[in-house]
Design a protein around this ligand. Sequence first.
Ligand code: ATP
Length: 212
Amino acid sequence: MTLRVGLLGGTFDPIHFGHLRSAVEVREYLALDELRLIPNATPPHRDRPGASAQQRLEMVCLATASDASLLVDDCELQRDRPSYTVDTLESLRAELGAEAALFLIVGWDAFSGLPGWHRWEEILQLASLVVLQRPEQDQELPEVLKDLLAARSVGDASAMQATHGEILCLAQTPLAISATHIRSLIQAGRSPRFLLPDSVLGYIETKGLYRP
Ligand code: ATP
């Protein structure tokens, strides 16, 4: 049996129910053996996070503690350089072997910026892509990604059987939650409760994160 592993990378600044619900739905829909959440250390594509890498990792661990099928992989935090997805995929390939099916899960916003990623054209040689719809998505795809979708898209999960190289666009339960919104609520002195797990909110309050 082929091992099927989903990979959800992110800044998780902080992790919220948009990430967690997507993770559970993709795991079930693609019948994954495991799903790894991979916090990034030095995100190459964005401003410095409000919480440290260690704090973001601890929040991801807290959020997933009650679900044994959601694993936390801190491989990007072990590296002393920017978190390039292609490097992570290469090391996971080396760890899991050529026979494993790897599914890199990205939101639509992240996918639309794919051509800016380091060695992005090699990503599909290492994994398949699962592109999550986001309710507020308004990014127009560049031509190169429209062509890629036309060439590599599969219609549904049952067609997604290769170890790498395919793309599935997935409409899951739409949750218009973003870490940006959660941070701005806290900055404004308002509560982000019920947008993220209580355990994560408790951690944010204890550490005084995201306050002005
Ligand atoms: P920020 O608002 O700080 O940019 P974010 O909420 O988009 O953060 P990230 O850690 O950047 O969270 O996201 C990690 C991955 O999860 C990305 O691929 C992103 O597109 C996806 N994602 C985040 N929130 C949702 C959501 N509500 N629904 C679906 N996908 C999401």
